[in-house]
Design a protein around this ligand. Structure first.
Ligand SMILES: Cc1ncc(COP(=O)(O)O)c(C=O)c1O
Length: 387
């Protein structure tokens, strides 16, 4: 018998309540029952986004949500500032480039955080910047950016702040309205504990005013089409929505509300802290500026002489634990343990035990139980938020 463990920063395990809800008989998306469901789901998403803004949903992966922000906010040749801290910051550069935007890039070493002061300086120097595009939890490096401070800065300018919170929302604190985030994008398959296939974007009043002026081509991703359909007498999705995934998401959001967002975030903080403690106990180093904000994913430097991909492969093939490797320029140099979403204390204990075994297989000196013990200490301390 072999049990599989999914510990990647997306897709993530899906609770049985969500799976069962998705297996219900199909309903029609123009029927009143769908309206009831979508309105409740959008309301519950607002709770997780901590926003009163409209939320627009698409049947797409998170990248579709990012692309939707670019095509709805900007016009050809518009200048945007991308604060790029890793692979997903680069995605903003690529999407903006594909649509002919003039991209000014703040390029950070992978593993570093974006420095809000650099954004302040860039905006002060160039009043033509129409948008600041950045990443909340940079999944490729395990670093979480200081969106709160960035939001305060951007709010003083005409530029809109666009935040990719695809792996961060629901795992690391993000107060959309209070932090003045104009467009926040997330997806179903990470902390929201639902299969892949849905992208959500919250759109502020400041952003809607900008949407009015945008001339980039769009059709399926047009925010106004989605908003108008939602504001009809019988609110709807303009096109056939991913009905079963939305029904599943509804259950996931109920679970989050039952636990409360506050507790959900605290749980993620304890799990991430336990993971970091376990890693340190093995004498390993975290990659980059991971700190108490980095609660979605833990990125770990592969030890000297051991390929990060070999750690990933050994864990998967021999021990049935799927974690993630490094991406792009840091492939082989790191490995990443995801803990955003449906995870609890014993998931961390399991992955630590597996990591000890896999590293030992690869010739790294391991004192068996060191990582498990260190993680368990933290989990025990935080038990009140975990149970
Ligand atoms: C921070 C971040 N941005 C963007 C994406 C891309 O999302 P998707 O693969 O759903 O298109 C991911 C997925 O890993 C992510 O973690």
């Amino acid at each position: 018998m072999r049990k599989e463990y999914l510990m990647t920063p997306g897709p993530t395990p899906v609770p049985s309540e969500v799976l069962l809800a998705q297996a219900k008989p199909m309903i029609h998306h123009r029927a009143p029952i769908y309206t009831e469901i979508i309105l409740e789901v959008l309301d519950d998403l607002k709770y997780v986004f901590q926003t009163k803004n409209d939320i627009i949903m698409f049947a797409s992966s998170g990248t579709g949500g990012m692309e939707s922000a670019v095509v709805n906010l900007f016009s050809p040749g518009d200048k945007v500032l991308v604060a790029s801290t890793g692979n997903f910051g680069e995605r903003w550069v690529k999407i903006s480039g594909a649509y002919g935007l003039d991209v000014v890039k703040l390029d950070y070493e992978w593993g570093e955080k974006a420095n809000p002061q650099d954004i302040a300086d860039a905006l002060a120097k160039d009043q033509d910047i129409k948008g600041v595009l950045t990443t909340h939890s940079e999944t490729s490096t395990g670093v979480t950016n200081d969106i709160k401070t960035i939001g305060k800065i951007v709010a003083g300018y005409k530029a809109v702040l666009v935040v990719d919170a695809i792996s961060g929302l629901g795992a690391c604190e993000l107060k959309t309205d209070e932090w003045k985030c104009d467009v926040v994008i997330s997806g179903s398959q990470k902390a929201l504990m639902t299969p892949p296939g849905l992208a959500f974007t919250s759109v502020s009043d400041k952003a809607w005013a900008v949407v009015e002026k945008s001339t980039l081509p769009k059709f399926y991703f047009d925010y106004k089409t989605s908003r108008d359909a939602l504001h009809k007498d019988q609110p709807q999705s303009p096109f056939t929505p991913a009905v079963s995934t939305i029904v599943g998401l509804g259950e996931a959001l109920k679970l989050i509300k039952k636990e409360t967002l506050e507790k959900v975030l605290e749980r993620h903080a304890v799990l991430a802290k336990a993971c970091r403690a376990g890693v340190h106990a093995l004498g390993l180093e975290l990659f980059g500026a991971s700190d108490e904000m980095a609660n979605s994913v833990t990125a770990i430097k592969a030890p000297e002489g051991i390929d990060g991909q070999a750690v990933v492969k050994t864990l998967r093939v021999k021990y049935g634990i799927t974690i993630a490797g490094g991406q792009g320029r840091i492939k082989g140099k790191i490995f990443r343990i995801g803990h955003c979403g449906y995870y609890d204390k014993f998931d961390i204990v399991s992955v630590m035990a597996g990591l000890e075994m896999a590293l030992k297989d690869l010739g790294y000196p391991v004192e068996m139980g060191a990582a498990v013990g260190a993680a368990a200490e933290v989990l025990y301390e935080g038990i009140s938020v975990l149970s």
